[in-house]
Design a protein around this ligand. Structure first.
Ligand code: NAG
Ligand code: NAG
Ligand code: NAG
Ligand code: NAG
Ligand code: NAG
Ligand code: NAG
Ligand code: NAG
Ligand code: NAG
Ligand code: NAG
Ligand code: NAG
Ligand code: NAG
Ligand code: NAG
Length: 644
């Protein structure tokens, strides 16, 4: 009996291997029609496709980026088993030329990814008639002109034609693609009104039409889009009030409508209905009204309301927003408010808090220090007064603190020299942050891109334009991570601590317009990343260091001091004549002393232009919104709403 079973198993094994060998030995080649279509595709290009051996090999299934179906059922007698091309994926191959009409002959094609090339002209007219086509990514090319899609294929679920130069109204055919889940038209020049037929795309999960020139009202069709989770229409020319159906969508988690001309009350966002809303970007519009109603959107994590016409109180009810991590309401013209000092207000999960240019008065609210996860705090351009609470230094993740242009007085809290996140790189940038949050900055000459690798924000302490007195603590040298230190336009006195030379990452140091005395410590020559240095309008004396970055600093950063002298064009008297006196009694000579030969002006202009322009919070939005298919699934699954 046992032997019989053993034999039976052997028999099974043999069968298996026999079949397996047959399977492997059948080298299914690509179908001649598909081979022909791909060869015509290549012939229309100005550039060869790397990894396509189309000269000798007739098996296109082995070419790079080509996927074929499994061969049809095994046939022992057949040497002509063909597989069909089901995928053509050549993203980022630097391909140039027209996309050949022959792609329309790949009758089994399911996935087409030609993104990030230099394809030009229009789409092949028959492409969207392919009955099996599901995923189409033609983004980041140079397709231009009106885009008649000529869609007869109902099977498409993913269509990304973003970042091209398409113009005109959207082809109505698009709205017949009823299976569409992801539609990205962003970054083109589509114009006109968005058709109400959008409502036919009832399976949409993700819709991005931002960075186009759509105008007038958004159609009130969101009742039909029951599965829509992410909707972006930023940077268009939409006007009017938000459609009721949008403000009541129970499925939307991420809504980005910034940089349009939407008007009306912000109350259209009905929190009782929008139960999943986690990210809301309405910045740079003409919304009016009070923001209190948003406090019942309990899932909200990211809120940008900057640059609108909102008014009223900064509502205490916002304490209900337990998940809030990013909040900005900068630049609302008529917003005028006393910061609530109520201790019950707690933003335990808030990581970024921007209330710049909101005409806030009163003192710095103590509850801010209960926002223990805070990384970025910007209260600049307000009229806050009183002392700066030293408890801010307890915020162990804080690496960006901008309190500039207020009326804070008293001395700088000594504990500001102990910021946990600024003393040790290991502590910095811990915790999640929304990389794409609409960003900074106005005064500081940083572009978002420059700091993108990090977080979009440089490690910064900016207390400029206040009424701070007292001295610059020598322990500031502890903040080794700092890139920007701006203490200018205060009433600081005492000497510049030589320990600032320990700020080895410092790029920007502005101590101008204070009451500082003593000399410029020569140790600052060791700050090798320093590209902006300003100590003008103080009472400094002595020699300006000449080595290191000091060779490149502008003269205007030294003017308006008692007796500073240079070492290049005009030597200090001490050196040239062996006297102890500084040049300075003679007005003209003193002028020469600080105004050196303007040979560095070119470099300085370069600096200004490379670090870029300044923006208001709520105006600059990183444009990395590229969600490929896979990434999208990831985003969807983990509900991470990287947006804007
Ligand atoms: C191979 O077998 C199929 C049936 O499976 C038959 O239709 C076909 O004619 C055969 N081809 C040859 C070359 O024998
Ligand atoms: C691409 O198509 C346009 C218009 O159809 C034509 O004028 C142009 O010559 C084509 N370019 C190539 C390289 O085939
Ligand atoms: C649309 O596609 C069909 C099927 O491929 C084709 O016959 C027709 O010519 C195309 N129409 C236009 C306007 O390109
Ligand atoms: C959208 O749906 C309406 C009603 O079902 C239908 O009349 C219309 O033709 C559809 N539009 C498209 C482009 O399929
Ligand atoms: C705002 O939209 C306009 C076009 O409507 C565009 O030119 C501008 O660059 C956008 N601004 C930002 C900051 O995206
Ligand atoms: C935006 O719309 C307004 C009025 O609707 C119009 O005056 C303006 O030219 C439009 N701007 C663009 C860039 O289309
Ligand atoms: C807000 O949503 C709730 C729940 O869906 C609904 O009962 C209420 O009528 C809505 N309010 C408005 C003003 O639309
Ligand atoms: C300070 O903020 C006010 C608005 O509150 C603004 O008008 C002014 O230009 C700012 N000053 C500086 C020096 O940034
Ligand atoms: C600057 O400091 C000196 C003494 O250190 C003091 O006499 C003077 O009043 C101060 N000036 C200002 C504007 O605070
Ligand atoms: C610069 O740093 C080096 C090494 O840390 C040190 O030896 C030197 O004295 C410093 N230079 C100045 C001018 O402090
Ligand atoms: C230094 O600050 C003064 C006063 O704020 C300003 O006029 C000057 O342009 C600044 N110089 C540099 C190099 O930033
Ligand atoms: C197309 O390829 C690019 C580059 O690999 C990728 O990022 C993108 O997600 C792909 N598109 C789709 C729809 O998979």
């Amino acid at each position: 009996m046992g032997i019989a079973i053993l034999f039976f198993f052997r028999f099974l094994c043999c069968c298996f291997f026999f079949y397996a060998q047959v399977f492997i030995s059948i080298d299914a080649k690509c179908h001649p029609d598909d081979l022909k279509a791909l060869k015509s595709f290549v012939n229309r290009l100005h550039t060869p496709v790397q990894g396509w051996d189309y000269g000798s090999s007739s098996d296109c299934c082995s070419w790079k980026g080509v996927t074929c179906s499994n061969p049809p059922a095994l046939k022992f007698n057949d040497s002509n088993v063909f597989s069909r091309v089901v995928g053509l994926e050549l993203p980022g191959e630097r391909l140039r030329g027209n996309v050949s009409e022959s792609l329309g002959d790949l009758v089994q094609l399911k996935t087409l990814n030609l993104s990030d090339n230099f394809f030009t002209n229009s789409f092949p007219s028959n492409l969207f008639s392919l009955q099996n086509l599901e995923v189409v990514d033609l983004s980041s090319n140079n397709f231009y002109g009106y885009a008649p899609l000529n869609i007869t294929s109902p099977s498409i679920t993913f269509l990304d034609i973003s970042k091209n130069k398409l113009i005109g109204e959207v082809d109505p055919d698009l709205f017949a693609m009823s299976k569409l889940k992801v539609l990205d038209l962003s970054d083109n020049a589509f114009s006109g009104e968005l058709s109400f037929q959008l409502g036919n795309l009832s399976n949409l999960l993700y819709l991005d039409i931002s960075f186009n020139q759509f105008s007038r009202l958004l159609p009130d069709v969101f009742f039909n889009l029951r599965t829509l989770e992410q909707f972006a229409a930023s940077s268009n020319n939409f006007t009017g009030v938000l459609p009721v159906s949008l403000g009541n969508s129970p499925s939307i988690t991420t809504l980005s409508l910034d940089n349009n001309s939407f008007s009306g009350s912000i109350d259209v966002i009905n929190c009782s209905a929008m139960v999943r809303l986690a990210s809301l970007n309405l910045g740079s519009n003409h919304f009016i009204g009070q923001i209190g109603s948003l406090s019942s959107c309990s899932q909200l994590r990211v809120v940008n309301l900057g640059k609108n016409r909102l008014d009223g109180d900064f509502p205490e009810s916002f304490k209900n927003l337990r998940s809030l991590s990013h909040f900005s309401i900068s630049g609302n013209g008529i917003y005028e408010e006393i910061m609530p000092t109520n201790l019950n207000l707690r933003f335990e999960n808030t990581r970024l808090f921007v209330l710049a240019n909101c005409r806030l008065t009163g003192s710095m609210p103590p509850w801010l220090s209960s926002s223990t996860k805070l990384q970025i705090l910007d209260l600049s351009w307000n009229s806050l007064s009183g002392e700066i609470p030293s408890s801010i230094a307890d915020l162990q993740y804080l690496f960006y603190l901008d309190l500039s242009n207020n009326s804070f007085s008293g001395s700088i809290p000594r504990r500001f020299t102990q910021f946990h996140s600024l003393v040790n790189l290991k502590n910095t940038f811990k915790g999640e942050i929304f990389e794409g949050f609409p960003c900074y900055s106005r005064k500081h000459r940083f572009t978002v891109r420059q700091y993108k690798q990090v977080l979009g924000f440089p490690p910064l302490v900016d207390l400029s334009y206040n009424e701070l007195s007292g001295m610059i603590w020598p322990e500031f040298g502890n903040l080794k991570i700092l890139h920007v230190l701006d203490l200018s336009n205060n009433k600081l006195r005492g000497e510049i601590p030589s320990s600032l030379s320990k700020l080895t990452n410092l790029e920007f140091l502005d101590l101008s317009s204070n009451n500082l005395t003593g000399t410029i410590p020569p140790s600052l020559e060791n700050l090798s990343f320093l590209s902006m240095f300003n100590v003008s309008d103080n009472h400094l004396r002595g020699r300006i260091p000449c080595e290191g970055q000091f060779e490149t600093f502008l003269n205007s950063g030294f003017v308006g001091n008692d007796e500073l002298c240079g070492c290049q064009s005009v030597r200090c008297k001490e050196e040239s004549r062996g006297e102890e006196n500084w040049i300075g009694e003679d007005e003209e000579e003193r002028w020469k002393c600080v105004i050196r030969v303007p040979m560095y002006v070119g470099g300085a202009v370069g600096f200004v232009s490379t670090v870029g322009v300044c923006f208001w919070c709520g105006m600059v939005f990183p444009r990395e919104r590229k969600w490929g298919h896979k990434k999208y699934v990831h985003v969807y699954r983990y509900k991470i709403f990287v947006d804007f």
